[in-house]
Design a protein around this ligand. Structure first.
Ligand code: HEM
Length: 99
């Protein structure tokens, strides 16, 4: 968890949710430290479901985006909270509309 929240690697806005940071690849997102990004662990015990989980996530996201639009509710309060991974302490209220 610590390495995924190091401002020297991810920038001072490390606690913001900015998926666009990865738009130009992991090296760019990590200030040229691509090894710092290891969501599935590494070494002999790297996640056995890495490829399966990645493909499943891509298919799921594509299917959802084909059917709905999303926007943050006006009541959303940004509140990152570290519990093993970072979670939104007050939840994420989203308004979803069918396309
Ligand atoms: C987004 C989804 C997932 C994430 C982020 C994730 C992440 C991780 C992480 C961080 C580890 C520990 C790696 C280490 O100790 O260095 C791990 C281990 C493991 N994961 Fe996943 N995982 C995911 C999905 C899955 C799925 C879908 C499966 C099986 C179908 C799976 C099976 C395993 C197994 C068997 C291990 C233990 C590997 C070992 O100890 O040799 N994971 N995972």
């Amino acid at each position: 968890m610590t390495i995924h929240h190091d401002p020297d690697i991810w920038g001072e806005d490390v606690n913001l949710f900015k998926p666009e940071s990865f738009a130009e690849g992991v090296s760019k997102a990590t200030n040229n430290n691509p090894i710092a990004f290891m969501p599935f662990g590494m070494g002999p015990h790297i996640c056995a479901g890495f490829n399966f989980a990645t493909n499943e996530a891509k298919i799921t996201i594509a299917m959802i985006l084909q059917r709905f639009t999303f926007r943050l509710s006006p009541g959303y309060v940004h509140s990152p909270f570290p519990v093993l991974a970072v979670r939104p302490e007050k939840g994420v209220q989203v308004i979803i509309n069918a396309l």
